[in-house]
Design a protein around this ligand. Structure first.
Ligand code: XIL
Length: 382
C-alpha cells in the first residue's frame, strides 16, 4: 500500500515535470495502479514550451494581461499550459499599485501571484523603479515632479519596502530598476536621478529591495542591451561598479524587443559578458516585430517576413540556451491581438511580434521555439 502511494506521487511529480513517459513506464513494470483509480490530472502537455524547457532547466515565461486572464478562456488556458513563469505586464507598476498616495491596490497583482501558485509557475516582479507608468501624484512624465528631492527619496524608499514586502517570498526575480539609461548610453535625467544628483539611487534601490525580500533575485532590466554599443557598454560599466561596491544585484534582464528592420543583435556575446561579471541573465520581454499593413496591423507587408521572425526567435532562444547563466526566456505576451507593439510602433506600422496569432493559434514562431527546446532536450521533434 505504502509502495503504491509512493508510486503515485512519483507519477504526478513526473507529469508536472513533463517527463511522464519514463515514469509511467517504470510504474507499469512494478505495481500498476488499479484501473478504477483516476490518473492524476495532467497539468500541461508534454510538448508544451514549459514541459520541454523544464527538461533543460530553463523557465519559459510570458507577460500576462490581467484584463484577459480569468475572463478569456483560451488565453487563460495557454498561459497556464505553456509557461512556467509569469510577469505582470502592467499590474505591478507603481501607477497601478498606488494610484493615490498612500492607498495600495494590490488586488490584480495578487490574483496573478495566486494564479502562478496554482499553476506551479514562478513570478518575475516588474518593476519597482521606472520613469514610466508612475502615479500622477508623483510624476506625470517621469522627469518632473512637484515633490522636493527629499520627498522623492523618501517615497521611493517607502515604495520599494512596501511592494517588496507585500510580495515577499512570492517573487523569483524582481526587476528592481528598469530602463535607467537612454539610447545614447547616458543616464536618464529622471526624477530619481535629479533627487540623488546622479545614479546613486540605483545602488540604494537594490539595497532596499534586498533588505525587504532577501531571497528574491534582483535584476537590472533594459532594452537594446542585446546589441553591443554605447548603451550596452554603459550598463555594463554601471553593473561592474555595483558589483565592485558589493551592491546586491543578481541579474541582468535583456528585454529583447527586436525588429526585423534593425538586424539580429550579437546577443550571445552580450549575455556572456554580463554573465562573466557573476550575474544571472534572462531574456525578459522578447518580441520580434516586423513592418505590417496600416489597416491590418498584424499582417506583414512582406510575405517572407515571418521567416526572418522565426529565425530571430530561434536565435534568441538558442543564445539563452547556450549561456548557462541564462535562467529564463520570457516573451512579452503571446497573442498578437494583445501585444503592445502595434500601438507603440505605428510610424512606420509594425506588428505581428508574438508567437500566437490574433485568434490565439500558434504561429511558425511558436513552432521554432518548441522545436529548439525539444532538440535541446535531445527529444524527437513533434
Ligand atoms: C508596456 C506594456 O506592454 C503596455 O501595455 C503598457 O501600456 C506600457 O508598457 N518595456 C517595459 C515594459 O519594461 O513594462 C513595457 O510594457 C514595454 C517596454
Amino acid at each position: 500500500m505504502h509502495r503504491l502511494r509512493l508510486t503515485f506521487a512519483a507519477v504526478s511529480a513526473a507529469v508536472l515535470l513533463g517527463g511522464q513517459l519514463a515514469f509511467v513506464g517504470s510504474v507499469s513494470a512494478g505495481a500498476a495502479p488499479p484501473a478504477a483509480k483516476p490518473s492524476p490530472p495532467q497539468a500541461y502537455p508534454a510538448d508544451s514550451l514549459r514541459a520541454l524547457a523544464a527538461r533543460v532547466g530553463l523557465r519559459v515565461g510570458t507577460a500576462v494581461n490581467m484584463d484577459q486572464l480569468g475572463t478569456n478562456e483560451k488565453y487563460t488556458q495557454i498561459t497556464a499550459q505553456q509557461f512556467s513563469s509569469v510577469t505582470a505586464e502592467n499590474v505591478m507598476k507603481w501607477a497601478e499599485v498606488e494610484p493615490t498616495r498612500g492607498n495600495y491596490t494590490w488586488e490584480k497583482a495578487d490574483q496573478l501571484v495566486a494564479f502562478a501558485k496554482k499553476n506551479k509557475q514562478l513570478v518575475r516582479g516588474h518593476t519597482l523603479l521606472w520613469h514610466n507608468q508612475l502615479p500622477t501624484w508623483l510624476s506625470s512624465d517621469g522627469y518632473t515632479t512637484t515633490l522636493s528631492n527629499d520627498e522623492v527619496k523618501a517615497v521611493l524608499k517607502k515604495h520599494i519596502f512596501e511592494q517588496a514586502r507585500h510580495f515577499k517570498g512570492d517573487i523569483w526575480q524582481w526587476d528592481v530598476v528598469n530602463e535607467a539609461f537612454d539610447d545614447n548610453g547616458q543616464p536618464r535625467q529622471t526624477i530619481w536621478y535629479k533627487a540623488w544628483g546622479g545614479t546613486g539611487y540605483i545602488a540604494d534601490a537594490f539595497r532596499w529591495a534586498h533588505q525587504a525580500d532577501p531571497k528574491a533575485l534582483l535584476f537590472y532590466n533594459d532594452y537594446n542591451l542585446e546589441f553591443t554599443g554605447v548603451k550596452s557598454d554603459a550598463v555594463y560599466a554601471l553593473v561592474r561598479s555595483l558589483k565592485a561596491q558589493r551592491v546586491p544585484i543578481h541579474g541582468l534582464g535583456f528585454q529583447g524587443h527586436l525588429s526585423t528592420q534593425y538586424g539580429y543583435p550579437d546577443l550571445t556575446n552580450n549575455l556572456e559578458r554580463f554573465a562573466a561579471l557573476g550575474l544571472k541573465v534572462a531574456l525578459t520581454e522578447v518580441d520580434v516585430r516586423t513592418l505590417t499593413k496600416a489597416d491590418a496591423v498584424n499582417e506583414p507587408v512582406d510575405a517572407l517576413a515571418p521567416y526572418a521572425q522565426e529565425s530571430y526567435w530561434s536565435r534568441t532562444l538558442k543564445a539563452c540556451l547556450a549561456v548557462r547563466a541564462c535562467i529564463s526566456f520570457t516573451p512579452w505576451g503571446f497573442g498578437d491581438a494583445y501585444s503592445w507593439v502595434p500601438g507603440v510602433f505605428a510610424d512606420p506600422q509594425e506588428g505581428a511580434a508574438l508567437i500566437y496569432d490574433e485568434q490565439l493559434n500558434p504561429k511558425g514562431q511558436y513552432d521554432v521555439l518548441q522545436q529548439d527546446l525539444a532538440l535541446a532536450a535531445g527529444a524527437p521533434r513533434r
